[in-house]
Each structure stands twice: as structure tokens, then as C-alpha cells.
Design a protein around this ligand. Structure first.
Ligand SMILES: Cc1cc2nc3c(=O)[nH]c(=O)nc-3n(C[C@H](O)[C@H](O)[C@H](O)COP(=O)(O)OP(=O)(O)OC[C@H]3O[C@@H](n4cnc5c(N)ncnc54)[C@H](O)[C@@H]3O)c2cc1C
Length: 507
């Protein structure tokens, strides 16, 4: 028996990564139902066209869609990503790595890093990175798919992808259309509201076509055509915590070695990304317009490429923050329409994925129960805030005083949640986890330790393991990790063998 209140028509406004990720997920969720999914996009307006680095949960998203990993990597000129190398963030000339996966394996009664801290307090200088298989593989430019065996050292290993965002959207479009999603090309000229309820009833295109629906997803990018412009939803401006508001992106030739990681290099008023793809390298400079002009930012970007630029620099503007209510009436904002936290930890596509997953967990019926809407909004806000705190940590935990921008960053007032986390870590190395935290222990450890935040002592429970046993376990782990990383194939060789795009080298 069918529920008479079931939603039968979903309209997605916008066909960037957010629109097509939503279309692909909904096409799978509703493939055996009479619910129709329509996507409207305008080639004339185009997409933001950046968004090339991701984090490991994207594997789960692609799995839900039923994508074959090899086919996906080939189709998107993709490479594998084991983490991010941060250069010049703590101090000029200093570098550290934020690896995916975990450090070591817990033993005794505390998390692994407490045993490492204990050893350190007793004079063992081994860096935490020696216990990360992911980090060891990254710096050797190695990659392998982890076996499923939970007892293997590979259970601590994790990875994501770099890919061409435009090709990902195209790949998902083919996937969605094959499952019944209807795509309509055209520019949305008007959004029609129900005069009584204020709910969106239809979109009108410039050519006069009217597209009716029951549930609308606003994936129109920074324009936020439905949630922002039409329904007047407010935007929380977070520039007091995350001051960068401009970016310039430019491609350069492919790197021969294909490093399996993103590089983020801090400059005088922001930072530069380097993302290795099969056919090219993506580069961009994110900066704060209050401290640096566009011309200077472009000169710094072009002066720090690994090769000559292969296209014209593209300038983008943004305001870090999020929409006060991502779900309003019968409209849900996803992607840039819902907010933007700058790409420092490659979280935007994840927040799209997470918004879609939450929508499916809290899917409405015709009643649009306000309690459901409120819970969705609460969870989305909580996740944005947790990402914000993690990003703020990078700017705030620095000793750089060489520019007005970095001096400004050192004076950023910490959000209470981040202040509490930092305080506890400095006391005893313990990490406070909150509901919906996207980044877990290993990520916080990497960035805190990498940027000079060190605990005054360690968890007293770590001492329950006998010192000799502790040393034996630690050195055993180091050896296994070293040997396993050494035995992996080179990243470029792995791609050439398993998922090389047909035109990768030629391009
Ligand atoms: C500088 C920068 C770097 C980034 N790097 C990363 C990264 O490394 N990793 C990551 O995960 N994310 C990154 N992102 C974010 C990522 O690019 C976006 O989250 C992602 O592409 C989703 O964009 P979108 O689909 O919301 O918007 P868009 O790509 O802007 O798409 C908007 C869509 O709406 C359509 N549209 C708009 N108005 C109308 C209208 N009137 N009628 C019809 N159609 C309309 C457009 O045609 C388009 O199809 C980055 C973003 C920026 C700005």
C-alpha cells in the first residue's frame, strides 16, 4: 500500500556537483517508485568549476550510488588522496602532514596516541607520523587499495580522491539519467510561491516552461536562488573566524610523480593549493581581500606553480558562513547555496553528501512536519560548526607574525567549542569529541601537533602498560608500517595499471 502523503515530485534547481550528486542519490533511492526527479540547469550560467579534493567518506557515497571505483577514477581524471601536506602554516619553512586513517592501533586502556605521548615524555623522540601507514605511503608516493582484513595494518589506512569536478558532475549525470532523472536545460526566471503557505510551487524558465514540484532542492550555487533570493533566508557570516574571501584558480601541467596528496602552502595573506590530477594539476590561491589585492595574489599564485599555467586564472569571491536555515518550508539548500567554509580541508563536497544523507534520513511527506525540518537544520548547523572549528584551528595555531594577516589571525577570538577542545588537549592530550564531528581524533592530533599545540602531560591510565611492553609494541608497529608502505606500488604506476584515463598522459 502506498502512503497517500508520499512526495511524488522532486525538483533540483542547479546542475553543479551539488545538483548532480543529489540527483544521483535520489535516482537510486527512488528508482523503484513513482516519484519523479527533475533537474534544471543552465549551461549559459555554468558552474563554479572548482572542487577537486575530497575526504574519505566520499567512498561510501560512491558505493551507495553503485559506482565502480576504477570507472569513476578513469572518467574523472582522478588520483588517490592520502591527506594534505601543510607547508609554512606553523612557521615559515615548517611542514607537516594531515593523513587520513588512524595513527597506530590502540593498546592498553587508552587511545594509541596516549602511549606515544607517554613514550615521548620519557625521552623517545619518534614522531607520531612514524605510526601512520597513510603518511608513510604518501611521502614515498605509494598507493594500494587496502584489503578488507580488519586485523591487517591496512585497517588504519584510509584514502579519498582528487578529481575534475566538472567530469564528476558529468559522470553522475549519465548515472542519474540512466535511472530516470529528467534534465531540463534553461534559465530559471521566476520562482512561484503558494500565496497562503509561502511554499514553492513551481519554477518558470526564461522560455516560459513551468516546472511544478512538491519538494525543491536549491543547488544554484552562491546565488541561492530559492532559499536566499526567493524565501529570503538569512546567512550567518563567519568571516570573523575565517577571514579569507577570495580565490584565484589556474591549471598547470600534470606532475610526473602524481603525489597522492594535496599540498597547502601558506602565503602572506592566505594559502595556495596544489591538486594532482591525471591530465593536469589544479592550483589556487585563497586569500583575504582586506590584506592583499587581486593582482598581488595572482602574481604569488603564478610565481609558485610547478610549471607554466595552461589556462587563464579564474577569480572567485565568497563569504565564509552558512545559511541560517538550510531547510525552509519545502526547499532544502545544498552545496554552495547552503554555505561555504573555504576549501582548506576539502569539505564542501562532503557537506553536500552529508546534506543528502540527512535528507534521506529525515525525508518529508506532504505535511512537511516542522519538527523534522528543525532537526535536519540542527544537525546540518552542528556539522558546519564542527568543520568551522577545525578550519579555525589552522589559522589560529600559528607562530607566524611576518604579515598583518597572520597577526590578525593570532587575534581571532576562538569559538567556545574550539577553545574548550584546545584547553583540554593542552592539559593532558585528551580530545573532546562532539556530536556530528566530521573530523575525528587523528585529524585533530595531526593539526594540533603539526602546528605546535602540545600537551603538558598524558593520560595517567597509559601507565597501566609495562614500559618494556610499551616499547616493544611501539617498535613492532613502526616496523610493520615501514615495511608495508615500502611494499606498496608507486601511485602513478598503480593508476597506470588500474584506472588510467585514456587521454591522461596525452593531456
Ligand atoms: C575556490 C574554491 C575551491 C573549492 N575547492 C573545493 C575542494 O577542493 N573540495 C571540495 O569538496 N569542494 C571545493 N569547493 C566547493 C565546490 O566547488 C562546491 O561545493 C561544489 O562544486 C558544489 O557547487 P554547487 O553545485 O553548489 O554550485 P555551482 O557549481 O555554482 O552550480 C550551480 C548550478 O546552478 C545553476 N544555476 C544557477 N542559477 C540558475 C538559474 N537562474 N537557472 C538555472 N540554473 C541555474 C548553474 O547553472 C549550475 O548548474 C571549492 C569552492 C571554491 C569556491
Amino acid at each position: 500500500m502506498n502512503n497517500p502523503k508520499a512526495i511524488k515530485s522532486i525538483v533540483i534547481a542547479g546542475g553543479g556537483s551539488a545538483g548532480w550528486m543529489a540527483a544521483a542519490a535520489l535516482s537510486v533511492a527512488f528508482q523503484d517508485t513513482d516519484c519523479q526527479v527533475i533537474l534544471v540547469e543552465s549551461e549559459e550560467i555554468g558552474t563554479v568549476g572548482v572542487g577537486e579534493a575530497t575526504i574519505p567518506p566520499i567512498q561510501a557515497f560512491n558505493n551507495i550510488l553503485g559506482l565502480d571505483e576504477g570507472a569513476f577514477v578513469r572518467a574523472t581524471q582522478g588520483t588517490f588522496k592520502l591527506g594534505i601536506e601543510f607547508v609554512n602554516w606553523w612557521r615559515e619553512g615548517h611542514r607537516y602532514f594531515h593523513p587520513f586513517g588512524r595513527y597506530g592501533d590502540d593498546f592498553g586502556m587508552t587511545p594509541f596516541h596516549q602511549q606515544w605521548l607517554r613514550a615521548r615524555f620519557h625521552g623517545d623522540p619518534t614522531p607520531l607520523s612514524a605510526y601512520s601507514l597513510t603518511e608513510q605511503a604518501a611521502f614515498k608516493n605509494r598507493f594500494d587499495r587496502p584489503p578488507a582484513d580488519p586485523r591487517s595494518v591496512f585497517s588504519t589506512f584510509s584514502y579519498a580522491y582528487h578529481f575534475d569536478a566538472g567530469l564528476y558532475a558529468a559522470f553522475l549525470r549519465a548515472h542519474s539519467e540512466a535511472r530516470g532523472v529528467k534534465r531540463i536545460e534553461g534559465k530559471i526566471a521566476d520562482v512561484l510561491l503558494d500565496p497562503e503557505s509561502g511554499f514553492v510551487r513551481a519554477l518558470t524558465l526564461e522560455n516560459g516552461t513551468r516546472i511544478e514540484g512538491e519538494l525543491f532542492l536549491d543547488c544554484t550555487g552562491f546565488r541561492a536562488l530559492l532559499t536566499g533570493q526567493t524565501l529570503g533566508g538569512g546567512y550567518e557570516d563567519w568571516t570573523r573566524w575565517l577571514p579569507c574571501d577570495r580565490a584565484i584558480a589556474v591549471p598547470s601541467p600534470r606532475l610526473a610523480e602524481l603525489p597522492p596528496y594535496t599540498r597547502s602552502t601558506a602565503h602572506g595573506a592566505g594559502w595556495q593549493w596544489r591538486i594532482p590530477l591525471q591530465h593536469r594539476t589544479g592550483n589556487g590561491h585563497v586569500y583575504c581581500s582586506g590584506f592583499m589585492g587581486d593582482e598581488q595574489a595572482e602574481a604569488i599564485l603564478l610565481g609558485n606553480l610547478d610549471g607554466a599555467p595552461t589556462g587563464s586564472p579564474r577569480r572567485l569571491r565568497f563569504t565564509t558562513g552558512m545559511r541560517q536555515h538550510c531547510w525552509t518550508k519545502n526547499v532544502i539548500a545544498l552545496g554552495l547555496a547552503s554555505g561555504f567554509l573555504e576549501p582548506l580541508e576539502s569539505t564542501s563536497l562532503h557537506l553536500v553528501q552529508s546534506g543528502i544523507t540527512k535528507l534521506l534520513a529525515w525525508f518529508p511527506d506532504h505535511d512537511f512536519d516542522p519538527a523534522v525540518t528543525a532537526e535536519y537544520n540542527r544537525q546540518v548547523s552542528r556539522e558546519f560548526e564542527s568543520v568551522r572549528d577545525f578550519l579555525v584551528l589552522h589559522y589560529r595555531a600559528t607562530e607566524r607574525v611576518d604579515s598583518d594577516f597572520w597577526r590578525h589571525c593570532q587575534a581571532i577570538e576562538l569559538p567556545d567549542t574550539l577553545a574548550a577542545k584546545l584547553d583540554m588537549f593542552k592539559r593532558n592530550g585528551r580530545l573532546i569529541e562532539r556530536e556530528k564531528d566530521l573530523f575525528h581524533e587523528a585529524s585533530w592530533l595531526a593539526v594540533m601537533l603539526g602546528q605546535g599545540v602540545t600537551p603538558r602531560t598524558y593520560d595517567p591510565l597509559a601507565d597501566v602498560v609495562a614500559p618494556r611492553e610499551m616499547q616493544a609494541v611501539l617498535s613492532g608497529m613502526r616496523n610493520v608500517i615501514e615495511r608495508t608502505a615500502e611494499a606498496m606500488p608507486g601511485h602513478a604506476a598503480f593508476i597506470d595499471r588500474r584506472c588510467r584515463a585514456t587521454d591522461a598522459r596525452a593531456a
